[in-house]
Design a protein around this ligand. Structure first.
Ligand code: ADP
Ligand code: MG
Length: 162
């Protein structure tokens, strides 16, 4: 599976901002990884890349936060505490059907609520190397195959300083 090796917080920010430039309306991104992997951190840089200046906070308690001021609206969803709220009350399809970008943390808590097509990003951590990450990309549905290739190409260009 396409994987990007990350050494630092700065590289995570570059990767997220590169993705932000490539995103189109109706995009859905699911972020998987353990607590502290960097899902919210990645989303914060993605938001910055979309031109959102407001501080992006973890939606752990509210479950959803909306940011309308960027190049595309951002809907940031965190299903970590899903057991305290009924998922059907969140009307997630309304976000998927809006011409913005939906980012979902802990989507695995409600797999049947995820859209068939989405970009799945798994973030792996390494106990001995606290700032190292592996970002593993999986296209669910054809729509995201090309995006993954573009993202990897653009990210590697950035790294080479082009
Ligand atoms: N390369 C990196 N990418 C993302 N986060 C990193 C990285 N290196 C260190 N961190 C730290 O790991 C933590 C990730 O936390 P957070 O983004 O809240 O995780 P999650 O949302 O996955 O639970 C933050 O404190 C962040 O500063
Ligand atoms: Mg989080």
């Amino acid at each position: 599976m396409p994987t990007i090796h990350i050494e630092s917080l700065d590289e995570t920010a570059t990767l997220a901002q590169t993705l932000a430039q490539l995103l189109t309306p109706y995009s859905v991104i699911c972020l998987e990884g353990t607590l502290g992997a960097g899902k919210t951190t990645f989303t914060q840089s993605l938001a910055a890349g979309l031109g959102i200046r407001r501080a992006v906070k973890s939606p752990s308690y509210t479950l959803v936060r909306e940011y309308e001021e960027g190049r595309l609206p951002l809907y940031h969803i965190d299903l970590y505490r899903l057991e305290e709220a009924a998922v059907e009350d969140l009307y997630l399809e309304d976000y998927y059907e809006s011409p913005g970008v939906t980012v979902i943390e802990w989507g695995s808590n409600a797999p049947e609520e995820l859209p068939k097509e989405h970009l799945l990003i798994e973030i792996k951590t390494f106990a001995e190397q606290p700032t190292v990450r592996e970002f593993i990309f999986q296209a669910k549905g054809n729509k995201y195959e090309r995006l993954i290739q573009q993202l990897i190409d653009e990210y590697l260009k950035h790294k080479k300083g082009e």
